[in-house]
Design a protein around this ligand. Structure first.
Ligand code: ATP
Length: 510
């Protein structure tokens, strides 16, 4: 996996991600997707949407508005409880999330444990038993106990919402500001993450509108509209892709944490009491979906939440091994009947389902899967970016994206710009573009053109040479192996389609 700074630089240079409003000096934690970035993003959305909606008879889609009645956010608990604990360093004037400071402290201890394990592994070779080493090595057991103690205290201060104890924890751990290197901290305060704006014709609190901080509430308030119009029976799900906004305190990790981002959420409505079964089902199903992308199984792990959100009775993250370590990529939450129950109370409208098998009505329980599209983009992009040493001593940069999500699926390249090769190449391009997103180029040497396609992740290049005119065959070059094979023009469309189609991914998650 490439270094994080290289990932950011490559994303900009090759038209994937640009900083927002760059000519004005950029806007913090906001990014724009370029020509190839927007294609990759659309393909990732497609993969999610098709595997959720097209592949499940009992999941249907929704596209709700970003603005919602302000009472929505009162009922959901966001007005009162969608806060992060923040702390400032008085010397650097930098602001941090108090929980993140503690988590980073824990990660440092974990790194020490991993270093000891790696050393021992080297020393003992094949005989090394990691589980035994973890259980018996005094340094490791001492550090593990430290971690458990800190996690327990972190959970306690969060559950109690005790901001004084939170600051004490940071002081006891002797956490220093990475910028100033000092322990000169302010008190910990709560900070609400919702952006708000004002309705044109109503002044004051009454006209206050929020930019949605999650897409889920649009699903909850439409629960009955969808269930009745799409004639769904429980268990069933509603899927939605859309923008969400959070006034994040710390947003210094490229597209990992932005103030405007896109979520892909699915709310699955189940019978009360059956939620844990479905929670386990969706945890496994979602992990399988990620692994099908082929970025390496060891790059994923589950992390159970220490502190459950106000609406949840179980929650886990799927974490990904980003260039800066394992961090949350997707959340799977058992949200109970909290949201529907609260909307029912505040709106006075019944949000119940009549279950014909039980001959009874109830407020369904909900299991949610929630993934940030931008984080998925970063995971796929960073894990795919590789610098490769070649046999001839040179090197190449290759973006080994899963073919089904690559921005350009196939490049059509005439070997030279004469002898009728461009005309023949155009013929093939015009046919293939009906099936796939293609790219045509005749400038520069063929080697240079291959490298450019490697750098944007194009899985196949078709080269038209003099032999094409003689016998109607072309070469197909595969990005990762750089192998070339000759195929006939009649089969080229099918060959490409078979190899780059989204079906290859969907089949794995069926
Ligand atoms: P974190 O702990 O990293 O702040 P969260 O637990 O608040 O995330 P959720 O509320 O569970 O996140 O949101 C679901 C998903 O939305 C996350 O798994 C993540 O992929 C994405 N997400 C949340 N906040 C952001 C953000 N600021 N920028 C980009 N993606 C985000």
């Amino acid at each position: 996996m490439a270094d994080f700074q290289k990932v950011i630089a490559h994303a900009k240079e090759y038209g994937f991600v640009f900083p927002s409003s760059e000519i004005y000096g950029t806007l913090g934690a906001t990014y724009d997707y370029g020509p190839y970035g927007s294609e990759l993003r659309n393909n990732l959305k497609q993969y999610w949407w098709r595997s959720m909606v097209q592949m499940h008879e009992n999941i249907v889609g929704l596209d709700a508005a970003i603005f919602m009645h302000p009472k929505t956010w009162k009922a959901s608990g966001h007005v009162d409880a969608f806060n992060d604990p923040l702390i400032d360093n008085k010397d650097s004037k930098k602001r941090y999330r108090a929980d993140v400071l503690v988590e980073e402290h824990i990660a440092k201890i974990e790194a020490k444990i991993n270093k000891d394990i790696a050393k021992a592994q080297k020393r003992f070779g094949d005989d090394f038993d990691e589980a035994q080493f973890r259980a018996t090595n005094p340094n490791v057991t001492r550090r593990q106990a430290q971690i458990e103690d800190i996690e327990a205290r972190l959970k306690q201060v969060q559950v109690d919402e005790d901001l004084v104890a939170f600051k004490q924890l940071i002081e006891d751990l002797e956490i220093v500001d990475p910028v100033s290197g000092t322990k000169n901290w302010t008190d910990v305060r709560q900070f609400n993450l919702m952006f708000n704006t004002q309705l044109g014709n109503i002044a004051g609190e009454e006209g206050k509108l929020y930019l949605r901080p999650e897409t889920a509430q649009g699903i909850f308030v439409n629960f009955l509209n969808v269930q009745q119009s799409a004639r769904q029976k429980i268990p069933f799900g509603i899927a939605q892709i859309g923008k969400a906004f959070r006034n994040e305190i710390v947003a210094r990790q490229f597209i990992f944490r932005m103030r405007e981002f896109e979520q892909m959420e699915m709310q699955f409505f189940v019978r009360p009491g059956e939620e844990m079964k479905w929670y386990e089902y969706w945890k496994e199903t979602r992990l399988k979906w990620h692994k099908a992308l082929g970025l390496g199984e060891s790059n994923y792990r589950f992390h159970d939440h220490l502190k459950l959100a106000h609406y949840a009775n179980a929650a886990a993250d799927i974490e990904f091994n980003f260039p800066f370590g394992f961090k949350e990529l997707e959340g799977i939450h058992s949200r109970t009947d909290f949201d529907l129950g609260e909307h029912q109370k505040l709106s006075g409208k019944k949000l119940q389902y009549f279950d014909p098998e039980l001959n009874d009505s109830y407020v369904p329980y909900v299991v949610e899967t929630s993934i940030g599209l931008d984080r998925l983009f970063l995971a796929v992009f960073s894990a795919s970016l590789q610098e490769e040493a070649l046999e001839d001593g040179s090197s190449r940069v290759v973006l080994a994206l899963p073919p089904a999500v690559a921005p350009i699926k196939v490049a059509i390249l005439p070997l030279v710009r004469k002898d009728g090769l461009p005309e023949k190449a155009r013929e093939i391009f015009d046919e293939l573009k009906l099936h796939q997103n293609c790219y045509y180029e005749e400038k520069d040497s063929i080697g240079k053109r291959y490298r450019r396609m490697d750098a944007i992740g194009t899985p196949y290049c078709i080269t038209i040479d003099h032999q094409t005119l003689e016998d109607g065959t072309v070469t197909i070059r595969e990005r990762d192996s750089m192998q070339q094979e000759r195929v006939s023009l009649e089969t080229v469309v099918n060959t490409v389609n078979e190899r780059v189609d989204m079906n290859s991914l969907l089949r794995q998650v069926k």
